[in-house]
Ligand binder design. Structure first.
Ligand SMILES: C[S@@+](CC[C@H](N)C(=O)[O-])C[C@H]1O[C@@H](n2cnc3c(N)ncnc32)[C@H](O)[C@@H]1O
Length: 218
């Protein structure tokens, strides 16, 4: 069992996935090695209820929960197989994983201190993206934060490569669940986020220069 309040190193996080299949372990190694944990962690409140929506195999939820015992972290995903893997790894007691195919976690009102959606919303139709943003805003407490990471459609050539890669992941390899692949420019996100959030700050995502991080305060 990991002791809470300890910042996990990348190799300690990778170790947690030692019992999963070879392909899943490979995916975890690649993603964990590139992921800017400290950047995202610095945007998340040190205490309170945290939701990692579309948490995949759960490594960010584990990192956030292990780095502050005062956080109560829930990781949800539409993919049952990913949640089954997340549940297999040994995580601190303040972290929970739920298979949530109807996004019921964001039906709660004024409940979360922070919701993260890291590289998730582009896998939805434009209508669903707008609906989910509204629901996330309702589910947050006043002053609560949404941390969103999305590809920035302003990088036309890079985005074309990203779209091909994601098409293969979603439709051919079926390694990622998604109903569509819809990218937007920063201006689109700012307009939609501006309907529900009073402050929006953008920064470069340290994993990839094609993505932006939106830190939104309700
Ligand atoms: C590219 S992965 C990112 C996973 C994780 N957030 C990360 O940064 O490693 C996208 C994830 O979103 C999940 N997903 C897709 N549509 C979803 C939805 N409607 N609700 C919840 N999760 C969804 C997929 O199953 C997948 O695990």
């Amino acid at each position: 069992m990991i002791l809470p309040m300890s910042v996990l190193s990348k190799s300690e996080l990778i170790q947690l996935y030692r019992r999963v299949s070879f392909s899943q372990k490979l995916h975890a190694i690649i993603r964990i090695n590139r992921f800017p944990f400290a950047q995202i962690d610095s945007l998340v409140p040190k205490s309170g209820k945290i939701l990692d929506l579309g948490c995949g195999h759960g490594f960010l939820a584990v990192y956030l929960g292990a780095s502050s015992f005062r956080r109560s972290v829930v990781g949800t995903d539409i993919s049952k197989s990913k949640i089954d893997i997340a549940k297999k790894i040994q995580s601190p007691k303040n972290i929970e994983f739920l298979h949530d195919f109807t996004n019921s976690a964001i039906k709660k009102k004024d409940y979360y201190d922070c919701v993260l959606a890291i590289s998730v919303l582009y896998l939805m139709s434009e209508g669903m993206q707008k609906e989910i943003l509204k629901k996330i805003a309702v589910s947050l407490k006043k002053g609560g934060r949404l941390i969103l990471v999305e590809p920035n459609a302003e990088h036309a050539i890079g985005i074309m490569g990203e779209k091909i890669r994601e098409f293969i992941m979603v439709n051919i390899l079926r390694a990622t669940k998604g109903e569509s692949i819809v990218y937007h420019k920063e201006s689109w996100w700012r307009k939609e986020l501006g309907r529900s959030f009073s402050r929006i700050e953008t920064s470069n995502f340290r994993e990839s220069n094609l993505h932006l991080v939106y830190m939104c305060v309700k």
